[in-house]
Design a protein around this ligand. Sequence first.
Ligand SMILES: Nc1ncnc2c1ncn2[C@@H]1O[C@H](COP(=O)(O)OP(=O)(O)OP(=O)(O)O)[C@@H](O)[C@H]1O
Length: 715
Amino acid sequence: MSDHPDDRTQQPDQEAEIVHLDKFRAGRHPYPPTRVDLPGRDEHDWISDLEEKTKTRRPIVPLWLRSRAEALSILRWIAAHYAYVAGYQVSRAPLYAGRLAVRSPRGLGRLVSGFFRWTFDLEGEPVRLATVQKADPEAYLKLSRQRDARVRLRVFVTLLTLATLLIASILVAAAPTPAQWATLAFTLTLLGLLGRPADRPLIDRAVIPASVEKLTSDVVIRALGSLGIAAINQAVAKNPRNPLDFKAPITRDGPGWRADVDLPYGVTVAEVMDRRDKLASGLRRPLGCVWPETVPEAHTGRLMLWVGDQAMNKARQPAWPLLRSGSADLFKPTAFATDQRGRFVGLTLMFVSVIIGSIPRMGKTFLLRLLALIAALDPRTELHVYDLKGTGDLSALECVAHRYRAGDDDEDIEYAITSMRALREELRRRAKVIRNLPKDICPESKVTPELAGTKSLGLHPIVIPVDECQVWFEHERYGAEFEAICTDLVKRGPALGMVLILATQRPDAKALPTGVSANAAVRLCLKVMGQLENDMVLGTSAYKNGVRATMFSFNDKGICYFSGEGENPRIVRCVYLDAPAAEKIALRARAVRQQAGTLSGHALGEDFDAPEAAPVRDLLADIAAVANEPKLWNEVVVDRLAELRPEVYGPWGELEGAAKTAQLTNALKPHGVKTGQVWGTTADGKGANRIGITRDDITQALTQRDSRKGTGAAS
Ligand SMILES: Nc1ncnc2c1ncn2[C@@H]1O[C@H](COP(=O)(O)OP(=O)(O)OP(=O)(O)O)[C@@H](O)[C@H]1O
């Protein structure tokens, strides 16, 4: 506007800005920052633009119409909503009738006075009076004539109306009573409507209960604005009407609402998840209804907010398809949980190892038992069940299990270690069988449904559910061996048809050795208390990426993050089966097995005792045997152990660099032996400091242990 030099003259009413030259120069940047953007407009490649757009394509068939069950659920919801509104208004019909009756006298007054004013043209009265006051006879005469003509016609119309009303009243007086009542109701309604005060509507708005209240963008903005996240508050202050970018309209999605929102720059979904309780308060919904989730294929600020009509832990769960009949096929997904929308979620047990973790009393054992029951319902499966809590929670499975043990006493552990050694041998046998099979029969070097069904090959699925697995790994005598066998099973077992399912209430490095936790394909994490446990179960960086089982509340029993099957970790609610139901299903599984002739081992009453001469593996004693130097690097110790007992420490020896070192450090922790930097030399004589052990620490730990045993024996 004032670019022209002549225009730049200061207007007299504008004050000039006074600049202190010295201050201004001092504040000036010595080297003005240079922009690195290229001059000119952004160049667009329309094909990449199109490709970008395809990422945000909206589905042709709306989400809720994709499945029959979901469409039905939406229709049910709509019907329930309108039935509610109708019910609400019908229940208030007497109130509305009362209101109309009370208002009808005023309505009659308004009607009569309105008619009177109209008939005698009273609305023209002020104008006529004005002509009288102005003493304008001509205008007055004109208006009077007009009024007389009008009144003549209107009086006639009014008389006609009154006559019609009179005849109608006589007819009504002679009519049957229902017609009289109907006329009275109609007249009262009409008069009541006419007598309505301007500020008081007749019909109340149906007060829609919170559980089905519509989720609107205003409600979402209000809730996100109440989280105390500075960037969201700034966005709301800057643009109160439109502070957030909604990527799609808020829609019904199953029994709830779904909103897709881009949070302001720099705010992550993880921050919102951390404040789930505040979000629920902002939405005015129970905590169990509010589920903020990330959209991993978008960016970390894309929030998918699902708000259920009912809390997930309270919503009615559909009956489990295998509850009363049917069998399972481990090679196919079997329903084990429902998602937030109430749809069944399946898990394919074949070719995976499973880790279940949570704090106590959240439903870990129930979930383990459910997975074991699914395995039991496939008659080909051989079950090895270990209940190390010893409370008999898995006793329902005794009637189908090939190996079963509850408890953590010495004989229980020896039973387990003997059976696990046999399983390791089985693993090796299977590897050989698979290796020797022709490629056309076994193209991918793994068990197929056909191979699993061929009895002579012995490649049937073997499922090993272990509750409170930390008891094994922390066992003084057999801990290292259990760890070595389980690591091997987790790594090689899935392809060979051996499925290990480990549940623990203390998911840390001791309870869940890294070799095991890092290689499990399926992870189920119920509520945990911190980032460490979360990542132990769900995998490294899960917490950082917004997959946080810490956000579950203590009431979210049976609700977990399920990662491994499908693309992204998702929140599911496991099927609830109590002990009597579990027993019934197990008995059904037994009947199927009897028919198929696959009942074996413990289920047939076979005694499986730990052989007396089972070789003893003792990590401390083994290290003492191989460590002749005062200080030794972990990697050297592991190599020597692997040489000493390849059947126990062989897999350790195959680990690379840091993993090999960490393996020994973790294995020594339960024995109270710490590793640290020790000086040593490489094979070619070069000296270096690396993580290692000191022989004195090992002998000291051995002495302490033996003396403890001595005291225990004496007491
Ligand atoms: N899917 C589920 N839905 C609803 N409630 C459940 C579900 N699974 C378990 N629960 C409830 O949670 C309680 C605890 O379950 P469970 O015994 O499996 O916990 P846990 O985590 O194994 O505990 P602990 O670590 O003490 O063994 C059960 O009594 C049960 O009522």
